[in-house]
Design a protein around this ligand. Structure first.
Ligand code: B12
Length: 210
């Protein structure tokens, strides 16, 4: 059944993914087993296929949607079972920027890899990022920007974190089409990733897992 669920996520079949998750739970399969052996395993394959060029963004999105739908069923059980997330991530698109397709994909893939993700949405000001870091105490703060005119808000957020004495406690990762590794280094971020699959690898590295 877990193989079938994995396949449903690979196929991007949300309805089937939800049904199979419910059935697995009702037949006594542990939530953590379902998460790791079906959902995370499927998203791992999706990420690898994308990196190899065997999968495109829309196909990755539908798989991520199916994973998300199954996660809705699973989340309360995981909380009940006290399953620890791989790490906490707060993510958002910076001030003045409405683009969220890539950021959503990164958030979904991170969730698929076992991270607990708080998505602040779009047009997130430095003040809001700081507030969310205080509230959620994440391991990682992720910022997305798709415009050359808005990526300049990224260093402002990092400065605001420093001012509040929060910078040392978290890792900052950045991404979005105009953002580069050089830019990430220039503004003092801890990491940059060009796509959602490598964002997952980066996040694992940042929490010391690979
Ligand atoms: C869709 C789109 C829109 C949609 C956005 C809808 C939405 N809900 O997101 C709408 C129509 C609203 C829009 C509006 C505008 N847009 Co627009 N838009 C695009 C477009 C076509 C695709 C972006 C996209 O979704 N790509 C697909 C995703 C999957 O890729 P991605 O975003 O790069 O994300 C991946 C990586 O970057 C990375 N990543 C992303 N975020 C993060 C975060 C972290 C932490 C990490 C590690 C990685 C990571 O992983 C993602 C997944 O693999 C691009 C062109 C392009 N090809 O990029 C233009 C583009 C970004 N837009 C552009 C412009 C100019 C605008 C407008 C100013 C247009 C206007 N005059 O009104 C407005 C600005 C609105 C605003 N204030 O934000 C320009 C930007 C130019 C520039 N260099 O600044 C582009 C490049 C088009 C162009 N060639 O001119 N846009």
């Amino acid at each position: 059944m877990l193989d079938e669920l994995k396949q449903a996520v690979l196929d991007g079949d949300s309805e089937k993914a939800v049904q199979l998750t419910e059935r697995a739970l009702s037949e006594g399969v542990g939530a953590e087993k379902i998460l790791n052996e079906a959902l995370v395993a499927a998203m791992d394959i999706v990420g690898k296929e994308y990196e190899r060029g065997d999968r495109y963004v829309p196909e990755m999105l539908i798989s991520a949607e199916a994973m998300k739908a199954a996660m809705e069923v699973l989340r309360p059980k995981l909380v009940e079972a006290g399953v620890k997330a791989r790490g906490k991530v707060v993510i958002g698109t910076v001030e003045g920027d409405l683009h969220d397709i890539g950021k959503n994909l990164v958030a979904m893939m991170l969730e698929g890899a076992g991270f607990e993700v708080t998505d602040l949405g779009t047009e997130v000001t430095a003040e809001k990022f700081v507030q969310a870091v205080k509230e959620h105490r994440p391991d990682i703060l992720g910022m997305s920007a798709l415009l050359t005119t808005t990526m300049t808000h990224m260093p402002e957020v990092i400065e605001a974190l420093k001012r509040e004495g929060l910078r040392d406690g978290i890792k900052v990762m950045v991404g979005g089409a105009p953002v580069t590794q050089e830019y990430a280094e220039k503004i003092g971020a801890d990491g940059y990733a060009p796509d959602a699959a490598s964002a997952v690898e980066l996040a694992k590295q940042l929490v010391g897992e690979s």
